[in-house]
Each structure stands twice: as structure tokens, then as C-alpha cells.
Design a protein. Structure first.
Length: 277
């Protein structure tokens, strides 16, 4: 049987919908008559849509979990002027079955459209501004280049965008670069530490996740926490900096009670980048 998989943005008034989506959330509810049903939040790289499984909800409830990639069959329904999917069948994604229909993971995770390799090279030109921390940053970025280029900035976002971590990093660097060339109060800020923190503050995203169609926390990060995994990762490179510099990096990156001017500035830069997105 020939089946055309639809992306969410293409769902309009088709009689039958076949699609493979990321099930962002799943809720078992009851109708006003007390009948159970499942409400789903379905996402792909083109948008989001609500799904309702009205029949056999107890049967299907155990066949997939929140966060899974799911294959669905259903029909469109207009509810409060929005299109929803009335789902008649749903199953956890199985590559041996559904890849034969032409499914590609790119339909779930979007891409930035930027030349990631060129952008990474440009970012590497800023390592020298981290001063005495430049060697440890250069080594970490060399070892994790593939992940740095590809990971999304937020793995818990509704829409994951592959390569968005790199874009956010670049924008953060350019913001501080602009501040440094202006009338910014340089005397009260350690610029080398600021650059170091921009490179490392959110690196737990890189060291703590892996791609399984979508990006998810790896098992170690789930068990121990992504921040702890990154801390151990950083310790592997501590011989590349002085003991004093490494202790300062540890304090700024992992001590929740540390509130230096440099940390506060980097946090504000990250917030600005996030707001702009």
C-alpha cells in the first residue's frame, strides 16, 4: 500500500492522515460522560497540532510514552477554529516498518540553514581571547566538534533546531565583542573569564545529550545529571590550565552560590540571545 506521510503544516482537509511526529506530551483524560481518552501534543519541524485518541485509549496507552516518536493514522477535525487529529491508530516509531514509507528524521528536527562548519571555524578564532583558558577550551572544542556543530540549544524545546547551540554561542560571542569595543566598563570585568564562560557555561548541553531522531539526554546524564557529567568531562582537561585557573572555572561553572560580575554578565548575554530567538 502506498502511503504519503504528511507534515503538520500540510494537514488541511484530507480524509485520512498518516504521519510520524514527536509526542511532546500525553494526558489520559475523561469526557464529561466519564469515558477515557488520550490528549496528545504532536510536533515536527513544521509545527504542532493537538491529537485526540477517543477509542481504545486503555489499549493504546501502554503502546507509547510521552517523548516518543510515534506513527499515527487519523482524520482532521476542526475544534474551536483549530485543526486537530482524531487518531484511529498510534504506535511507537519502528524504523524497520516506517522507514519504508520514506520517513526522515529531518522531518522532526529542523536545521538552522547556516554553514555550521564555517561558523565553527569563525568561533574558534575567539579562543585566544580566553587568555590562559584558551588551551583547555581549544582542546574540548576539538574533541566535541561534531556535537557542538549539531546539537540544539534546548533539547526540551517544542521545536528542536539542529545547530542552534552553535548559533546561540556565536551570537553571545558577538554581543560581548560589541560590548568590548564600546564604552563598556572594561576595568571592572575580566574579559578573558567572560569569553571562557561563554564557551563553557552551557557546554553541559553538548556533553550530556545524544541524537535518537530527536536529541535527548544520554543515559549518564539522566542518571547523574548533565551538569555533573560536564564537570567530570572538564576535569579530563585540567592539566591544560593552572590549578588556580581551573579552580576559578569550577567555581564559576558549578558553584550555585558564586555570583561574580563576569557570571552575571554572561547570564544576561545568554538571556538576551534567548529573547532574540
Amino acid at each position: 500500500m502506498s502511503v504519503k506521510l504528511l507534515r503538520i503544516r500540510d494537514i488541511k482537509s484530507q480524509d485520512i492522515i498518516y504521519g510520524i511526529f514527536h509526542c511532546k506530551y500525553k494526558e489520559l483524560k475523561k469526557t464529561k460522560y466519564g469515558d477515557p481518552y488520550i490528549s496528545l501534543g504532536l510536533f515536527d519541524s513544521s509545527g504542532s497540532i493537538e491529537g485526540k485518541l477517543w477509542h481504545n485509549s486503555n489499549h493504546y496507552d501502554g503502546r507509547f510514552d510521552e517523548g516518543d516518536i510515534v506513527a499515527i493514522k487519523g482524520s482532521p477535525n476542526i475544534y474551536r477554529k483549530n485543526i486537530e487529529i482524531n487518531i484511529s491508530h498510534i504506535a511507537k516509531y519502528d524504523s524497520s516498518i516506517y522507514d519504508t514509507y520514506g520517513f526522515s528524521g529531518e522531518s522532526i528536527v529542523a536545521k538552522t540553514g547556516f554553514d555550521s562548519i564555517s561558523l565553527f571555524r569563525e568561533i574558534c578564532n575567539y579562543f585566544k581571547y580566553a587568555g590562559s583558558n584558551s588551551d583547555i577550551i581549544r582542546a574540548i572544542y576539538k574533541d566535541y566538534k561534531k556535537s557542538i556543530i549539531s546539537v540544539p540549544y534546548k533539547i526540551d524545546a517544542d521545536y528542536q533546531v539542529e545547530g542552534s547551540y552553535l548559533i546561540s554561542l556565536y551570537r553571545s560571542i558577538k554581543i560581548f565583542d560589541l560590548l568590548s569595543s564600546s564604552s563598556f566598563k572594561k576595568d571592572s570585568i575580566d574579559s578573558e573569564l567572560v569569553y571562557s564562560l561563554i564557551f563553557l557555561k552551557n557546554f553541559y548541553i553538548v556533553s550530556g545529550c545524544e541524537k535518537k531522531i530527536i536529541y535527548v539526554l544520554n543515559e549518564e546524564s539522566i542518571d547523574r545529571g548533565a551538569i555533573n557529567v560536564f564537570h567530570d568531562c572538564l576535569k579530563n582537561y585540567k592539566n591544560l590550565v593552572s590549578r588556580k585557573d581551573f579552580s576559578r572555572l569550577e567555581r564559576c561553572l558549578f558553584d550555585s552560590e558564586s555570583t561574580s560580575s563576569e557570571e552575571n554578565l554572561v547570564s544576561e548575554i545568554f538571556r538576551l540571545v534567548e529573547y532574540a530567538d
